[in-house]
Design a binder for this molecule. Structure first.
Ligand code: G3P
Length: 217
């Protein structure tokens, strides 16, 4: 499974990138706002740092304007994936931008039918939002599994990008149901390394080692 980092904080991306954990980055208008950076500048910086796709989101709501914004964002670097919302206008923009040779990430997906339309519009990535479905007491993971089945039934190549990942359990479940990619905040990716038995086991090993009086170096 590919790991995208869901942030516009350059330092956090750099730390994970140095570990070889970053297959791409996703941003959105809220994350750009939180970073306090200019969208064109920060996106360029991120795209130079990582090899994989870097999603940059349009903010227009009408197809022609989305296409114009998408073309501008795509010019930032070869690895930009233009992010468009899953509206009818967004699907139109997806189709045009895809046919022009751009990667397109269709975001704010909350149903299997929306995901089917995105695949038909030629999306490179579809972003179902797990956490926000859980927020309203629906099962985000069922949606990922449904999209997986539909895409496999018909051989769609659109990649499922599990988004709005809030917990390590979301990450685990996304992998179990065959999501192609997950995008998660750096703190969730780091938390995946934690286990209480690892900490307990390490403490016991170190206590015993102390008793040997030995040093390795
Ligand atoms: O990947 C989309 C993500 O940024 C949304 O996450 O936690 O705001 O629902 P969240």
């Amino acid at each position: 499974m590919k790991f995208f980092v869901d942030t516009a904080e350059v330092d956090e991306i750099a730390e994970l990138n140095d570990l070889g954990m970053v297959d791409g980055v996703t941003t959105n208008p809220s994350l750009i706002m939180k970073s306090g950076r200019d969208i064109l500048e920060v996106t360029k910086e991120i795209a130079e740092m990582v090899d994989g796709p870097v999603s940059a989101e349009v903010v227009a709501t009408e197809a022609d304007q989305m296409i114009a914004e998408g073309r501008k964002l795509a010019k930032i670097a070869d690895n930009i994936a233009v992010k468009v919302p899953l509206t009818w206008d967004g699907l139109k923009a997806c189709n045009v931008l895809t046919n022009e040779g751009n990667m397109v990430n269709v975001t704010l997906c909350f149903s299997a039918n929306q995901a089917l339309l995105a695949a038909k519009a030629g999306a490179t990535f579809i972003s179902p939002f797990i956490g926000r479905l859980d927020d309203i007491n629906l099962d985000g993971m069922e949606l990922i599994a449904d999209i997986r089945q539909i895409y496999d039934n018909y051989g769609y190549e659109t990649q499922i990008l599990a988004a709005s990942i809030r917990t390590v359990n979301h990450a685990y479940q996304s992998a179990m149901v065959g999501s192609d990619v997950m995008t998660a905040p750096p703190k969730v990716i780091k938390a995946m390394a934690q286990h209480v038995l690892t900490d307990k086991g390490l403490a016991a090993f170190l206590a015993d080692w102390e008793k040997t009086g030995q040093n390795i170096l």
